[in-house]
Design a protein around this ligand. Sequence first.
Ligand code: HSE
Length: 417
Amino acid sequence: MSTKELVIGMFGFGVVGEGLYKILQQTPSLNARIKKACIKHPGKKRNAPEELFTTDRYELLNDEEINVIVEVIDDSVAAYEIVTTALKNGKAVVSASKKMIAENLASLLALQKETGLPFLCEAAACASIPVIRNLEEYYDNDLLHSIRAIVNGSTNFILTKMFDDKLDFQDALLLAQQLGYAESDPTLDVEGFDAVNKWVILLNHAYGIVTTIDNILFSGIQNIQLSDAKIAQEKGWNIKLVAHAKTLLNGKISAYVLPQFVKNDGLLSFVKNEFNGVVIESGFADRQFFYGKGAGSLATGSAVMSDISALRYGYKYEYKKLYHHKPKELTEDFYVRVYISFDEVNKIRREEFEWIEEWHAGLERSYLIGVIHFSKLREDDWWKAPGVSLILTVDGIIEEIDSRNAKKRSLELAGIV
Ligand code: HSE
C-alpha cells in the first residue's frame, strides 16, 4: 500500500472548515495540504492567509493537482453540483453535507459505482463518532439487530439545558447557535430534519436501504412541553430525540426519528448536551454503545480529517449490505405505544388508536398513553399540530397485538372518554 500526497481543494470555511484547517495544521504527518479554499463571501475575516481563498469553484474543480475535494458547505444544491463535478473530474470526495447526501443518495451511489472513486462522509452523521465506518466494516454482515441513537447535537443540547439547567427554549437554542452546534437554519435541527437526514445515511450503511426522508416518520422537539418533562421525571424517564431502526420478526426494518422517553439509567440518558450516542444490538456481540461529540467545529473536523487520512490508502465504502447481501426493506406494519399531551381534546384522533391505556385530563394540558398502528401516524400528521406533543414510550414498538384484546379495550375506551 502506498501513501500519496493529498492535495485538497476545500469548499466552505465555516464552523467545520475552520476546524479542519486547524486540525490539519496540527497533523503534519498526514501528508495532506489544502491548496485552495472556495468561499462565498470574500469580505469576511478568516483565520487563514488571504491567498488560500477564492470564490471561483472551477479553480479547484479543474485543478489537476488537486486530488481531493473536501466539501463542508451548507447549501445542499451547490454542494451536490460540487461533489458530482468533482467525482466526474476524477477527484476523491469527502463531504459533511448530510442534507445534500440524504436528498441525493441514489444518484450519489450510482456515481460512485460509475466512477469507482471514494466518496466519504463520516462527518455527516454523529460528527466525532466513527459510526459509518463501524457499520461498513465491523458490521459488514447481516448480524445487526437494531440501532438506537441520538444523532443531533443541538436538540440534545437544548433538551439538556431546558430540563436539567432550566433554561428556556429560546435561550438554549441561542447558546447552541453561539457554540456552533446548530445548522444555519436551526429549524432543520429543531424540527428533526437534520436527524432524519443523518438517519437516511445511516440506514444505508447499516442495512443497505436506499430511501429518502419522505419514507421515514420523523419529528423534532418543537412541540415538547415542560409538563411532558415533569411527567417523565415522575416516572423516572428522560426525553430524547431518538433515531431508531430495528429488524422485526418478519425481517423488515422499522425506522423513525421521534421524541422518546428513555429510562434515567439507560444508555441514551447518559448522553447530554451536544454529545451523540449510538446503541447497537447485534447477534453474538450483544450490545455496544458509542458515545462522543455530535456537533462542533473540532469534533466534526476530526471526522473529516479521518476520512482524508483514509484516502491515503484508497479507502472507499463498499456498501456491502447493498451490493453483496440482500438489502433490507422498511416496513410500517407494526404498532407503537405513544404518550400524547394536548391543549385541546378535539386535536386528538381517538378513533385511530387500537386502545388507550391512560387518560389524564388536566386544566391546561391533558395526556393519554395509547397504542396506534404506525402507518396511521404516517397517513396524517395531526399529532404534529401546535399544542400536541407526541412522545414514544420507553417500550415504543409492539410488533403484533391481540385484536380481540384491542376490540375489548376500545370498548372500554368508549366508556373512559
Ligand atoms: N446541527 C448539527 C447537530 C451539527 O446539531 O447535530 C452536526 O451535524
